[in-house]
Unconditional design. Structure first.
Length: 119
């Protein structure tokens, strides 16, 4: 399975929009799993918040995400990320590390086929 970091907007100005981002990010990640990828889904971090008596600081979540991003073979950017500083930073980090960044699933599938064809 190809490891794909899924990036996109998370937090928003209101709770409903934040929950919508979480739902959308999880749905895209689930679709990638169905397509045979091993997606890292940062939107599942909310489970830590629900389960912890004392939650880690936000910086710990950034470190967690960066560790998985660094171990990924590709990144898929989803949603309207143009106003997301976190997503912009993740894209820059991926580019600096030579991790290919995709903005749609068909392009990611084409990359996967090329990667598997070169083995």
């Amino acid at each position: 399975m190809r490891r794909v970091y899924v990036a996109g907007p998370y937090a928003a100005k209101d709770e409903i929009s934040t929950l919508t981002h979480i739902r959308d990010g999880i749905n895209v990640s689930a679709r990638l799993l169905e397509l045979g990828f091993a997606p890292y889904c940062p939107w599942l971090d909310y489970h830590f918040v629900l389960a912890c008596g004392t939650c880690p600081p936000v910086s710990a979540f950034y470190e967690l995400s960066n560790a998985w991003l660094d171990a990924s073979e590709a990144m898929l950017v989803t949603g309207d990320w143009s106003n997301s500083n976190g997503t912009k930073a993740e894209i820059l980090r991926a580019q600096m590390k030579g991790i290919p960044v995709f903005h749609d699933i068909p392009s990611l599938l084409h990359w996967k086929a090329d990667m598997e064809g070169s083995l």
